[in-house]
Design a protein around this ligand. Structure first.
Ligand code: PEP
Length: 255
């Protein structure tokens, strides 16, 4: 099954809503409409920027989509500081990142929390981008494939094949995030291929063949081509390089 590549720009805690408008305008200007036939492009700003991005995207009928960096596992109520899936859906979000390594590490989010957030996203019609990835010690011990498969199983535990068909997986080795140390294309393929094999076991061959598996970790315009050229890598989750309009547009066009 042909899978359309997805390039997702995770802005993390960068850019206020005015800077967000400026960046999205520049990306849209640098990425002619014809590219959207072959690649889906999405930006993932901080919560406080989303309404401004929505106004711009809808007002100018831009073809790029947008999403959020996190979602509450709860529907509503006394959860100070949390943002619900229905709030994000109302803002027109398409995607929501769940289980980013910074959330797993800095906010102690384990697979059970990631699973609950994945369910909350699906319940509200959002596409979760479920992140998994090993630390350097696991990679150096040669246990990275087994580690990622276990994390995938824990993060998707009990989901139906239909649910799994609606998600995106992002393989992001922790040692490559924000470090400038990108995984080799064959390293990315090794784990993304293993992820697809496990998705077959968790759903079906047909569903697994349709799920987009992204690579993330120091992706830029120079290395994206080789990485997304791998058979089981269907795009990239991009941090630092997504804050530079020219580079993000260029790497999206290459994908
Ligand atoms: C990320 O934060 O998801 C990421 C991949 O960051 P960077 O591209 O900066 O490594």
């Amino acid at each position: 099954m042909a899978r359309k590549p997805l390039i997702a720009g995770n802005w993390k805690m960068n850019l206020n809503h005015l800077e967000a408008i400026s960046l999205v305008q520049k990306i849209a200007f640098s990425l002619p409409e014809k590219y959207f036939d072959k690649v889906d492009v999405t930006v993932i700003p901080p919560f406080t920027d989303i309404r401004s991005v929505q106004t711009l995207v809808e007002g100018d009928k831009l073809l790029l989509t947008y999403g959020a960096q996190d979602v509450s596992s709860e529907d509503k109520g006394a959860f100070t500081g949390e943002i619900s899936g229905s709030m994000l859906a109302k803002l027109g979000c398409t995607f929501v990142v769940v289980g980013h390594s910074e959330r797993r590490t800095l906010h102690s989010e384990d697979d059970a929390v990631v699973l609950a957030k994945t369910k909350a996203a699906l319940k509200n019609g959002l596409t979760p981008i479920v992140c998994i990835g090993e630390g350097l010690n696991i990679r150096e011990a040669g246990e990275h494939v087994a580690y990622n498969v276990t994390q995938l199983r824990g993060s998707l535990s009990g989901l139906s094949a239909d649910d799994i068909s609606k998600i995106v997986i992002a393989y992001e080795p922790v040692w490559a995030i924000g470090t400038g140390r990108v995984a080799s294309a064959s390293d990315a393929q090794e784990v993304c291929g293993a992820i697809r094999e496990e998705l077959k076991a968790l759903s079906s061959d047909e569903v697994a063949a349709g799920v987009r598996v992204l690579y993330g970790g120091s992706v830029n315009a120079k290395n994206v081509g080789e990485i997304v050229g791998q058979p089981d890598v269907d795009g990239a989750l991009v941090g630092g390089a997504s804050l530079k309009a020219d580079e993000f547009a260029t790497l999206s066009a290459i994908a």
